[in-house]
Design a protein around this ligand. Structure first.
Ligand SMILES: [Zn+2]
Length: 207
């Protein structure tokens, strides 16, 4: 098959391990995959202490660093609308989510943005990995985050509205990238305000 990232042909022979464990076959070549740098550790979000978002998120894990390879990947995936690229991290995501217990809630796109981008990139990452999720949030405001200060972003009107039933359970938010943390914290607050016991978050990238 051909590598989804560079297009070069590569061998993807099934191994005994992949047959027994039903692993997803790699769909990018080793030369491309090796350029992504795993971090796999907890993200520090102590900068939210003392704000209304304190305690709204219990744990955030970022899986990869935002290096040059990841920047290229994200550009190709999001802006060039290459939906096949959602498969590149399928095995890794499945591995990580298999170790969690909770209701997985992807961070939604604003409907208008989804129309422009043609597909919901965050949802597609989960779908490619066969991870079940629930749409509990809808995005009601577009955030021109780059133009605002951190304080302005935090005080800005709510980004999300809850569209399903929130119970006293653990929820795991999923997003592509953690940059300022404002998105994750706004989503966490929306769920906890309605009774969620615990809110964790996993992001593909730590920005
Ligand atoms: Zn490649």
């Amino acid at each position: 098959m051909n590598c989804l990232i560079c297009g070069s042909p590569f061998q993807s022979a099934p191994t005994w391990k992949s047959l027994i464990l039903y692993e997803i076959q790699p769909n990018a070549c080793t030369r491309c995959l090796i350029k992504f740098q795993k971090t796999d550790h907890a993200i520090d979000f102590s900068d939210f202490q003392g704000t209304v978002y304190e305690g709204m998120v219990d744990e955030v894990t970022g899986l990869y660093t935002y290096n040059a390879a990841m920047k290229n990947y994200l550009h190709q995936y999001k802006f060039m609308q290459d939906v096949a690229l959602s498969q590149v991290f399928a095995e890794q995501l499945r591995h990580v989510f298999n170790q969690t217990e909770g209701i997985i809630v992807p961070i939604p796109m604003h409907p208008e943005k989804k129309r422009i981008r043609t597909f919901a990139q965050v949802d597609e990452l989960l779908k490619s990995a066969g991870i079940p999720f629930q749409h509990l949030l809808t995005k009601i405001a577009t955030s021109e985050q780059g133009k605002k200060s951190r304080k302005e972003r935090l005080e800005a009107s709510t980004l999300f509205e809850v569209i399903g039933k929130v119970e006293a359970k653990t929820y795991i938010l999923f997003d592509d990238i953690y940059t300022t943390g404002a998105t994750i914290h706004q989503a966490g607050k929306a769920l906890k305000d309605l009774g969620a016991t615990k809110v964790e978050a996993i992001t593909l990238i730590k920005g």
